[in-house]
Every structure is written in C-alpha cells, then in structure tokens.
Design a protein around this ligand. Structure first.
Ligand code: PXG
Length: 470
C-alpha cells in the first residue's frame, strides 16, 4: 500500500532529473526510505549496498549523527543569512578558511555556490572576467572535452560534452570548444594507452593553435571523468597536458566536484596528479551530500586580479555560503580529517578495492577493469566476439537493474559499469560489493544469452539516458 501510494503520487506530480518521464511512469519508481553506513533501504524492505555513494557524494556514509547535530545547532543559531552587502557569518568564514588550508598552497580564496553546476557557471563568469580585467578581452574561448560532465545549467551543459544533452539544450553558450576525451577503452584501443594519452593532449594543443592562443581563456577538465563513465586517463595524459599548458598562457580549471575530498586518495585530485589549477569547482563530497553546497576555489593569480582591479563582481546566489550547509560541510571536513579518511583511501581501502575489483577481469563479460582510489569501472563485452554487445541489447542497463535486484547499486553508462562507494566502506563491505557484482554479471550473461537467441523487437528494452549518453 505504502509503496503504491508513493509511486502513484510520484507518477502524478514529480518530474525526476535525467529521466524519461513516461517510461518511469509506466515502470514506477523505487522509494528509498532510510539509510545507514553504506546501505540504503527501500519501501519494499530491501537493503542495498550503495556503491555510488548516492550520486558520488555521500563520502562519509549515511547516518552520521555529528552532521545532524551540526545542522541542528546551526539551524537554531542562525538558519539563514546572506553573504551579500558586506555581511557574512561564522560558518561561511570558517569553512572558507579550512578549504583553503586543504587546497593546494596557491589557492587561498573560495566563492560559494549551491551546487556543482552553479560552481561551473561561476567558473565561466570568472575566467572571462579575469581576461577582460587583464586587458585581453578576446580571450573568451574555453576548451572542454567531449563526454565531460560539468552540470546541467546552461553554462554547465555547454561546458560539458554530452552529445544527447547538447541536442536538447541549444543554443549553447558561445565560444566553448570540445576536444577528444582520454577514453582509451572506448576510443583508443588501436594504439597503446600511453600513446593515446599523448594523442589526446596533442588534440588540446591543436585546438589552442586553431583558435589562437590570444582567443583562448581556459581549459576545463575533470581529473577522472565521472558521469562520462569513470574514465581514468592513461598515465601519460596529465603530464602531457601539463606540458602543453606550460607553452601557452591559458587558465586551467580542474573540476573537482567528484574527485575532490578524498575520492582519489588525496584531498584533491589536483594533488594526486600534481596539477596547478587556477580554478577548482567543488561540491558533492564537500558536505558528503548531506546538504547542498558547492564553490569555486580560486588561485592567487585570478583572485588578485579580481580583487585588485575588478570592482564589484556582479555574481552570486541567495544560498552562496548558506550557514547551515556551511556548518555541515565544515563538520564533514573536520570528521574526515579526524578519522584520517583520505589517508585510509590512499593506503588501505583504495589499494584493497583495486586488488579485489581486478578479480572481476576474470569474468567472461568483462573486457576491462580499472580503478583509482574509490572510483572503479568495468567494461562489458560480448565474450563471443570480444567486442561491445549490440546497443539494442542495452547490456549496461540490464546489468544495472540486475544489480539493484541483487542488493547493489552499481551504475551503468552505456555498457560501462561504474562504482564510487562511500569512503568509509570497509574491507568486508568491499568483499560483499565484489561478490554481488560477480553474481550480477553472471545473471546478466545468462539473460543476454537468452536475448541473443531470441529475435525481433521483443528483445529490445528501453535504453536509459545513461545508454544514450555514450
Ligand atoms: N561537475 C562534475 C564533475 C559533476 O560530476 C557537476 C559538475 C554538477 O554538479 P551539480 O551539483 O550541479 O549536480 C557534476 C555532477 C551522473 C551524474 O549521472 C553526475 C552528476 C550529476 C548528476 C548525475 O553520474 N555530477
């Protein structure tokens, strides 16, 4: 009754993000009711290991009373005040100070937003403003990458490189160009990963030369692409990109919305890859997803120009640095520090996941296994051919649905299965994750074999947005 009531109301009134409204209306949604640690529970009594940490964000896991207490205390003290008109409040100031302590040494300022998308809107405003203030107003082009995800506002969508989103969202923000992504398994298998990484960096350089350095403001990239399919670039990629960037005067924007706050075993992926970003959009793990908050960490070069020469920057959000969100984010970072979460990912559970996750390479359906820190991916292939399954089989979506039914949230992006579990996951829970993934792969293989034998449109299932993104 309970489930049906919610499903009906959901169907009647709720338009979900990234969802085929009609198809979901017919299928009915899963009602998630409560959660603890790395597990979510649904209204039908299922306990499901959430290997996606919500949406790449619940880094400290569910049910942390300290975060509840921080929110409650701040709600009583000061539930809202803005940071406009020369005002501020202690949670925003304390969070700003702590973030700058954790960030690379040359980043000493932060601009708060309500989300990662707003952070990337802020990035676009800032880079163009920076170059205008530097007396180079023609430097407006931003180079991004195909299949990148930088959010769903118009600026986020334009910076991102997801073709199906672009097809729906036009006209896009002008003067944003996209270069190829360092997705070796998907696009580079005719050469070695290392050579392919260098080719992708060369494509960036070619684009800079094509547009003219005098017209290029910035290059923006996720250190490891998240929504695009947990794409860990070949080892040659970032060093080669650094070499290219060193030859030209353009800003580097490293989108840390997913990779920041310990996901790769450092506070920021920029530390892991030894990058020196001018701007770093952040969100998600900043508050472990408990409340919505994001921001842009700003390097000294850009900050000094904005401060010294900028005058008023006409930009900001009602909820920029919201006191309750800031208080929860601050407590979240304090807990991460006190519990050594980042070191734990780097030295313990990250390497353990890598070892256990790699065993899935022995499964006949798996063409590649990769992981870094607590991000991982499996590439599904047809064991008969060693190539991708026909798109019409929607193998990834099938596998994702089977995972859910087996008690595991593992996402699909096309035929790439991805995980990004809470950073507090234990070794025993990693064992469980890998066991559930193996069982789900077995079941997927059985069902795909049955589908391949059947014929006609009856075997088609509705591809999801994840399918169509790839
Ligand atoms: N940058 C990156 C790298 C992201 O992953 C955003 C910006 C935008 O953040 P907000 O808070 O505005 O959502 C993201 C968000 C998926 C999925 O399907 C990923 C995100 C959001 C929604 C779905 O994996 N990442």
């Amino acid at each position: 009754m309970y489930t049906e009531t919610y499903r009906q109301l959901d169907r009647d009134h709720h338009l979900h993000p990234f969802t085929d409204f009609k198809a979901l209306g017919e299928e009915g949604s899963r009602i998630v009711t409560h959660a603890e640690g790395v597990y979510i529970h649904d209204s039908e009594g299922n306990r499901i290991l959430d290997a996606m940490a919500g949406l790449w964000c619940v880094n400290l896991g569910y049910g942390r009373e300290e975060l509840v207490a921080a929110a409650t205390a701040q709600l009583r003290e000061l539930p809202y005040y803005n940071n406009f008109f020369k005002s501020t409040h202690p949670p925003a100031v304390k969070l700003a100070e702590m973030l700058c302590r954790l960030a690379p040494a040359h980043m000493n300022r932060v601009f708060f937003t309500g989300s990662g998308s707003e952070a990337n809107d802020t990035v676009l405003r800032m880079v163009r403003r920076y170059w205008a203030l530097e007396g180079k107003p023609d430097k407006q082009w931003v180079i991004a990458r195909e299949n990148a995800y930088h959010g769903s506002t118009v600026a986020g969508l334009s910076l991102g490189g997801m073709a199906p989103m672009h097809a729906q969202g036009g006209p896009l923000v002008p003067k944003i160009a996209h270069v190829r992504q360092p997705y070796w398994f998907g696009e580079g298998r005719d050469t070695s990963p290392e050579a392919f990484g260098r080719e992708c960096a060369a494509a960036l350089e070619a684009k800079i030369l094509e547009l003219g350095e005098e017209n290029v403001a910035a290059f923006i990239a996720e250190p490891v692409q998240g929504a695009g399919g947990a794409i860990i670039p070949p080892q040659s990629y970032w060093p080669a990109v650094k070499e290219v960037l060193a030859r030209y005067d353009i800003l580097l924007v490293v989108d840390e919305v997913i990779c920041g706050f310990g996901r790769l075993g450092e506070w920021f992926a920029s530390i892991h890859y030894d990058l020196k970003p001018d701007l770093m959009p952040i969100a998600k793990g900043l508050s472990s997803g408990y409340l919505p908050i994001g921001g842009v960490l700003v390097g000294d070069r850009v900050a000094e120009t904005l401060i010294e020469r900028g005058g008023e920057f006409f930009h900001g959000f009602t909820y920029s640095g919201h006191p309750v969100c800031a208080a929860v984010a601050l407590k979240n970072l304090e807990l991460m520090q006190a519990e050594g979460i980042v070191e734990r990912v780097r030295d313990d559970v990250g390497p353990y996941l890598a070892e256990r996750w790699a065993t899935l390479a022995d499964h006949p359906l798996v063409g590649e296994v990769r992981s870094l820190g607590l991000i991982g991916a499996l590439e599904l292939i047809d064991p008969a051919t060693g190539e991708r399954f026909p798109k019409s089989l929607a193998a990834g979506t099938l596998c994702r649905d089977i995972c859910f039914d087996h008690g595991l949230v593992m996402r699909s992006v096309g035929d790439t299965m991805i995980i990004s579990p809470p950073l507090v996951i234990t070794r025993a829970e990693i064992d469980e994750l890998v066991r559930l993934a193996w069982e789900a792969l077995d079941e997927t293989a059985r069902r795909l074999a049955a589908r391949e034998q059947a014929d006609g449109p009856a075997i088609m299932i509705q591809p999801s947005i994840e399918e169509s993104r790839s």
